[in-house]
Design a binder for this molecule. Structure first.
Ligand SMILES: [Mg+2]
Length: 339
């Protein structure tokens, strides 16, 4: 992707996306810290060679983030980098997997090195927080900014959190407030450009619940991350487990800033259908409630019980016409990211 005025793909990768690669002597190919990260051969060949921990299973997930579909293109480059990795890490959290490696495919409309520097800062900031190494990728030029990330994590065979283990009588619970990200997106569309605004921050810089999931994975029956909206994702959980759910609308955790911004009715609607929360939705035996709550609180998190799993199919207890966020059903909103 080069012309005379701009650095080529390999130079851009070297400048911005090889930050954790200490140049090992040529006979070694990897540095000691890379070897500790399970990297047998890192960036610089046709493939990375990776070594999972003995006896553990790989968890792999891919997500694409498109400008003005998954994030506003005028958000800061740092926030875009953070968010693109965060939504992928959230899928590892949903399984209780420990993050290990990721690859990045970036399509850029033009080469703006200031933008790339900010993007890499946001990306690496979160990557280091969760101890996941960038081991490959590419950069191409295209009409729209597009970020595709594939994450690899690992998990013990018998302790992955799945969608299919919920049983009637289980409690349903979430790990944090719902609807705030949707409120932040609406605030953004209404002109709020302060990325530290609590609702805007909830949208642009979600915190994947990696540590939380790893600390409770053996105590929950089922779970997933809330990306499409509580009702839509609860529907996925129920379908996979062959159960139904009864929610307590009064128990849904709403941020006061969200209620202040949208009013109670709209805030509740955002919590049910807004999406982009990236909290975990968990099903757990009532006997596990105290232990799970304690584990989450130890990490500075929370457990909010919002209902119960039922044997009757369907979701009861809330009145909502929403159906969650489905990208290709939202074309009439003008931009896919609109509320
Ligand atoms: Mg998910």
């Amino acid at each position: 992707m080069s012309d005379a005025a701009t650095p080529g793909e390999f130079e851009l990768i070297r400048r911005y996306f090889m930050q954790d690669v200490e140049h090992a002597c040529s006979s070694d190919h990897v540095s000691p810290s890379q070897a500790r990260a399970g990297i047998v051969l890192g960036q610089g060949d046709d493939c990375a060679l990776l070594s999972p921990s003995p006896g553990r299973r790989l968890a792999v997930s891919v997500d694409t983030s498109l400008a003005d579909v998954h994030f506003p293109r005028d958000a800061s480059a740092e926030a875009i980098g953070h968010r693109a990795l965060a939504v992928n890490l959230s899928d590892l959290a949903a399984m209780g997997a420990r993050p290990r490696w990721f690859v990045l495919a970036l399509t850029l409309p033009d080469v703006d090195e200031q933008w790339l520097e900010g993007f890499a800062r946001g990306l690496y900031g979160l990557a280091r927080e969760h101890d996941i190494a960038l081991v490959g990728g590419d950069i191409t030029r295209g009409q729209e900014l597009s970020i595709t990330i594939t994450v690899h994590g690992e998990v013990d065979d018998d302790s992955a959190i799945t969608r299919h283990g919920a049983r009637p009588g289980d409690l349903l619970a979430v790990t944090g407030t719902l609807g705030s990200a949707h409120g932040g997106l609406r605030a953004w569309f209404n002109g709020q450009r302060d990325e530290r605004h609590p609702l805007v921050a909830a949208y642009l810089r979600p915190a994947p619940r990696i540590k939380e999931a790893m600390s409770i994975q053996q105590r929950v029956s089922a779970g997933l991350d809330i990306s499409d909206g509580l009702l839509a994702d609860l529907g996925h959980l129920c379908a996979r487990s062959g159960v139904g759910a009864c929610l307590d609308a009064t128990a849904l955790p709403l941020d006061q800033a969200l209620v202040a911004s949208l009013g109670e009715h709209e805030a509740l609607e955002a919590a049910l259908n807004g999406g982009d929360d990236y909290e975990l939705l968990l099903a757990l035996d009532p006997e596990q409630e105290d232990a799970v709550r304690q584990a989450l609180e130890t990490l500075g998190g929370a457990l909010h019980v919002i209902g119960r799993v039922t044997s009757e199919p369907g979701i009861s207890g809330v009145a909502s016409t929403g159906r969650g966020w489905q990208h290709f059903h939202a074309a009439d909103h003008g931009t896919g990211a609109s509320p």
